[in-house]
Design a binder for this molecule. Sequence first.
Ligand SMILES: [Ca+2]
Ligand SMILES: [Ca+2]
Length: 204
Amino acid sequence: MRAWPVFLLALLLLAPAVQAQTEWVQLDDPPPVRQGDGPAPADAVDLYYATNATHFFFRQDLAAMPEVDNYTYVVYMDKPQGGDYEEDYRLVHSQSGSYMEQWNGTDWVYVQDIVVTVDSGNVSLIFEVPVDSIGGIGDSNVGVWFENYQGADSFTGQADRAPKGGRFTIQRRAIPNLPLIVLPAFAGGLVGGILLLRKKFFPL
Ligand SMILES: [Ca+2]
Ligand SMILES: [Ca+2]
């Protein structure tokens, strides 16, 4: 019985931390008309990003539910912006799976599998990028663009691209980066708070 108040308090305290990851920032707001310029399952309409302490999220809202058997969905990242290459990473979602590759100047090289979620409510694809795998965030601006291709596991035959040319720029200072050091401090504070309350309401 006594565990319930503590459990509820923990839920209350943790709720904002969980919610933070879905505070989407729209790229290019307000968006130009982007609907109807490609086959619906590959027609990118609205684009967003979000961050938390461990991941960068990119969200692509489509005109119709994605079809990995017929299209390849790709997010290109220029991070650090400029520098050696104009494109450093790409996040791929298609028939063969969801993974991340890095450009080495000659070829795209597999880095790791990634999580890509289909959100049927928003008709969107959400790509998750572990911050560690791109050398951290907040240390440079990030260029990003979304490009979808005709065919499964294909990188030719563009079906749609947003923006049409160039890229969106996520300013380094605009990234709501939660430093990793905050997490242990947050967890410590949470446990301390629970112990204090427990001692107050349930003195043994
Ligand atoms: Ca479009
Ligand atoms: Ca670069």
